[in-house]
Design a protein around this ligand. Structure first.
Ligand code: HMG
Ligand code: MG
Length: 296
């Protein structure tokens, strides 16, 4: 029993670009975001209010938000109180926190243990919910950690439970290094679906080993109808060795539309967005659908 419609949450401007060493000029990023909206994207991670020393590509977060318009759900990532302050100052209405199931990964990513992160984040979520903001929680290393190996499902469920209790609107559960297989994806997402029926649930797959589309199909069967993906298949976390690109938005859209599942996304407009970034990065974009297009 599969859904008729699926929501794609575009993470290209954030996850897609954060791992690129070459700085993409701010006006190009702004145009990229506009083109993605024209293609029909309704929810998007635009940027991250993180330390510019840690992730230089995101140093222009203020300018990205200042130039942004429209009615879409515009999400920004924040790692700490300073990030939240910057986001509120910029007028953001949808904020994402991120935490790793794995302590080692969390320390490398935000310089705190998972427990320390949660102790800092949960009170912030409660405050922001009082101001009626949309809150997303991104759960990293939900299947495997590059440092600690396989994660326990019970630890993921426990972390999601803490977020859910604090009132988050969306749980985005991530296979950070693209090592989950479809059986594992089905198992975890079925349990999440059974436990958190009141919360939006999103699957975030990286395609490091080519298993992301199969995992999306498994998650669909577990009842998931929200997927994070990145235009052009760019992406990866700079602090998770082996995390290559997110699953490409165009490849997800193509597969789902072939299955008569509607995404509301116009592929030809999406390709225009990707082309902008391809030119700016001066390297070819290698997603399946985009490469096929260039051979037509
Ligand atoms: P720290 O060094 O422990 O921070 O880093 P600190 O509090 O000691 O501050 C050090 C300096 O950073 C200070 O400046 C602060 O003001 C500044 P200084 O006095 O040295 O000039 N600072 C900030 N500046 C701007 N914005 C801020 C901010 N906070 C402090 N928000 C910190 C801790 C959390 C800041 C750092 O570790 C960090 O920024 N980490 C972000 C890492 C990141 O962006 N990772 C990628 C996103 S997560 C991901 O990709 C996974 C996901 O896609 C799901 C999946 O696939 O798994 C979501
Ligand atoms: Mg990611």
């Amino acid at each position: 029993h599969l859904p008729k419609n699926v929501t794609i949450i575009e993470v290209g401007p954030r996850d897609g670009l954060q791992n690129e060493a070459k700085f993409i000029e701010t006006p190009v990023k702004i145009q990229f975001i506009e083109k993605l909206k024209e293609a029909g994207i309704k929810e998007m991670e635009l940027t991250a209010f993180v330390s510019p020393k840690w992730v230089p590509q995101m140093k222009d977060a203020d300018d990205i938000i200042a130039s942004n318009s429209g009615t879409s759900r515009n999400i920004v990532l924040t790692p700490n109180e300073k990030g939240v302050e910057r986001a509120l100052e910029a007028g953001c209405k949808s904020i994402a926190f991120f935490v790793g199931v794995s302590d080692t990964f969390n320390l490398k990513n935000i310089n705190k243990s998972t427990k320390e992160s949660m102790e800092a984040i949960l009170p912030m979520i409660k405050k922001l919910k009082d101001q009626d903001l949309f809150i997303r929680a991104c759960i990293s290393t939900a299947f495997y950690c590059p440092y600690e190996g396989k994660m326990k499902e019970t630890d993921v469920l426990d972390l999601c439970g803490q977020f859910s209790k604090a009132g988050v609107d969306d749980l985005s559960v991530a296979d950070t290094i693209g090592l989950a297989n479809p059986l594992e994806a089905y198992s975890l997402f079925s349990k999440l679906k059974a436990s958190f029926s009141e919360t939006l649930l999103t699957a975030h797959f990286h395609d490091t080993r080519g298993m992301a589309l199969a995992n999306i199909f498994a998650a669909l069967q577990a009842g998931i109808d929200r997927f994070d993906s990145s235009a052009g298949g760019l992406g990866g976390c700079p602090f998770a060795p082996g995390s290559s690109g997110n699953i490409a938005t165009e490849d997800v859209v193509f597969m789902l539309e072939q299955m008569n599942i509607s995404t509301g996304i116009d592929l030809s407009k999406l390709f225009e967005a990707i082309e902008l970034v391809e030119i700016s990065l001066s390297k070819p974009i290698l997603s399946k659908q985009y490469s096929l297009l260039s051979k037509r």
